[in-house]
Design a protein around this ligand. Structure first.
Ligand SMILES: [Zn+2]
Length: 234
């Protein structure tokens, strides 16, 4: 999340920030609600998240990808840099349907990496620019405004913020594709029975919505910046 957009004027465009905030809060509630719900279903096969991940990775020829346990809630991730799949406490040792789904989703990212999935490569290539953009865009815009609406600084600031939006949009196919891969792997029946797959779909769909919400809320912040500062040619 990017906590920008607050604190410079309460014009009508402030509503865009409120809308983004409400969407993000709802998405966050929705994924937690779904995870909690399907975390109560122990899978019939009784495999843990970590064992399920190991099974999927080995089957995909990814014996070199390590699996580790990390702290936090829903902090599960795959790091292409060190080929490590990190599972949170609620996933690693859990035998719930939700945990298997999350573990399979992260394996989906490892398989994307193995197959040089283009949106994932694009997303990784954007990271340095996005770090710069998310740190520098708002300060540049503010300094530009303080310098009597300096057109160049404000325009650079807005374009840097647009990079952050682009990054979040490129994240969407990466996330949906990882979930798609997870569901097709789980449909083979090695780890879950067929009546358990719809539950996983529900959990992963809810998780994907948080990325959609983040993209929408950042896009609304960009729109607000354009409304406030876009017409700065004095
Ligand atoms: Zn993911």
């Amino acid at each position: 999340m990017f906590g920008y957009g607050y604190g410079y004027g309460f014009g009508p465009s402030y509503l865009l920030i409120i809308i983004g905030l409400v969407i993000s809060l709802w998405a966050s509630w929705y994924v937690n609600h779904n995870f909690k719900k399907y975390d109560q279903f122990t899978s019939h096969h009784g495999t843990t998240g970590a064992d399920a991940a190991r099974f999927i990775l080995d089957n995909a020829g990814l014996q070199d990808v390590a699996i580790q346990q990390i702290g936090g809630k829903l902090t599960d991730n795959y790091n292409p840099g060190n080929k490590t799949l990190s599972l949170s406490e609620s996933t690693y040792g859990s035998t719930s349907v939700a945990a298997i789904g999350v573990a399979a989703h992260e394996c989906g990212h490892a398989i994307q990496d193995q197959r040089n999935y283009l949106p994932m490569q694009l997303r990784a290539a954007l990271v340095p620019a996005v770090n710069l953009g998310s740190n520098a865009s708002i300060p540049l815009i503010i300094v530009g405004a303080l310098l009597g609406m300096n057109h160049t600084l404000i325009t650079i600031g807005i374009w840097l913020f647009a990079l952050v939006v682009l990054f979040q949009v490129v994240t969407l196919p990466v996330e949906f594709n990882a979930s798609g891969r997870a569901v097709s792997i789980l449909k083979t029946g090695d780890l879950l029975d067929s009546d358990e797959v719809p539950m996983v779909k529900q959990v992963l769909f809810a998780a994907a919505l948080t990325y959609v919400a983040a993209a929408i809320s950042t896009a609304l912040q960009l729109l607000r910046l354009i409304i406030i500062f876009g017409d700065n040619r004095n």
